[in-house]
Design a protein around this ligand. Structure first.
Ligand code: C2E
Ligand code: MG
Ligand code: MG
Ligand code: MG
Length: 278
């Protein structure tokens, strides 16, 4: 009798594990529904040059959950990647960014701004990704030269020839590429040289302690020197203090993103950045 009950109730799961499995599948169902119900939205964070002039913005997805409130990407992007929901989600962010670029193109103040969009490896590798990006640009009438796709070093673990071919096709249409979270992954420097990149983004984990930790300072200086010799633009992420900014500027960094300049927010915040009140 005990044996039969055991078979039916799957007692080999411990309760914590079962709870985790349930929570995960609830979240997956919620996210699927959230996409259908337009609960996902795109925030924008300013990216500025060495004179704190706006160069563009990074598109960062948020989920306005009906019960749980605003949820950041760290809490649902990994699940979206595991379940494949990253494909419709990524498509949504891309389409929103293209529509925004088109709106910005109509005003001289904003026509020169670019938008950076994060692309996960799974999304980049899906068949038809290149065609999908070009279709979104075209159907929204957005200038490909204003779109930058942010890739991570995890792509370098996959088929490198395929990666280069996809990037080259998009680049020939004007689309730019940034390598995100640089220094945290497994970049082989010889691969780095082969990728048709425009920009690398120094991960915020190195910027955070750059004044206090000599190792982080050395890493940041090395990345800046490397980028210079490879002729790549650099954006430092997570710039929160003027001290960090001065260090980065002293060592030749020319692009900055962080709370010092602005947090991710609705697109209206970008207009406010350009036209401060008072
Ligand atoms: P990321 O692409 O490296 O984006 C930068 C993250 O750093 C953002 O977190 C941003 O809010 C945060 N940040 C910016 N400045 C500062 C600062 O001064 N201090 C601190 N402490 N943090 C700062 P967020 O928005 O939570 O996004 C986290 C990650 O989620 C992103 O990291 C990106 O990898 C991923 N992500 C966001 N949106 C998308 C998307 O549409 N598609 C995909 N595939 N991934 C996305
Ligand atoms: Mg990014
Ligand atoms: Mg990053
Ligand atoms: Mg990051």
């Amino acid at each position: 009798q005990a044996k039969a009950a055991g078979r039916n109730t799957q007692r080999f799961f411990d309760p914590d594990m079962q709870a985790a499995v349930n929570a995960r599948s609830n979240l997956e169902a919620d996210l699927r529904q959230g996409l259908a119900r337009a609960e996902l939205l795109v925030y924008y964070q300013p990216v500025v040059d060495h004179q704190a002039r706006l160069m563009g913005a990074e598109a960062l997805v948020r989920w306005r959950h009906p019960q749980r409130g605003m949820i950041g990407p760290a809490d649902f992007i990994p699940l979206a990647e595991q379940t494949g929901l990253i494909l419709p989600l990524g498509q949504y962010v891309l389409q929103t960014a293209c529509a925004q670029l088109q709106r910005w193109s109509r005003h001289p103040d904003t026509a020169g701004l670019s938008i950076s969009v994060n692309v996960s490896a799974r999304q980049f590798r899906q068949p038809g990704f290149v065609a999908q990006v070009l279709h979104q640009l075209k159907s929204h009438g957005a200038d490909p030269r204003r779109l930058k796709l942010e890739l991570t070093e995890s792509l370098l673990l996959g088929d490198i020839e395929d990666t280069i071919a996809r990037m080259a096709q998009l680049k020939s249409e004007g689309v730019g590429f940034a390598l995100d979270d640089f220094g945290t992954g497994y970049s082989s420097l010889s691969y780095l040289k082969r990728l048709p990149l425009d920009q690398i983004k120094i991960d915020q984990s190195f910027v955070r302690e750059v004044l206090a930790d000599p190792n982080d300072a050395a890493i940041v200086r090395t990345i800046l020197a490397l980028a210079k010799s490879l002729d790549l633009q650099v954006v430092a992420e997570g710039v929160e203090t003027t001290g960090q900014l001065s260090f980065l500027q002293l060592h030749g960094c020319e692009g900055f993103q962080g709370y010092l300049f602005g947090r991710p927010g609705p697109v209206a915040d970008i207009d406010a950045f350009l036209h401060p009140a008072g």
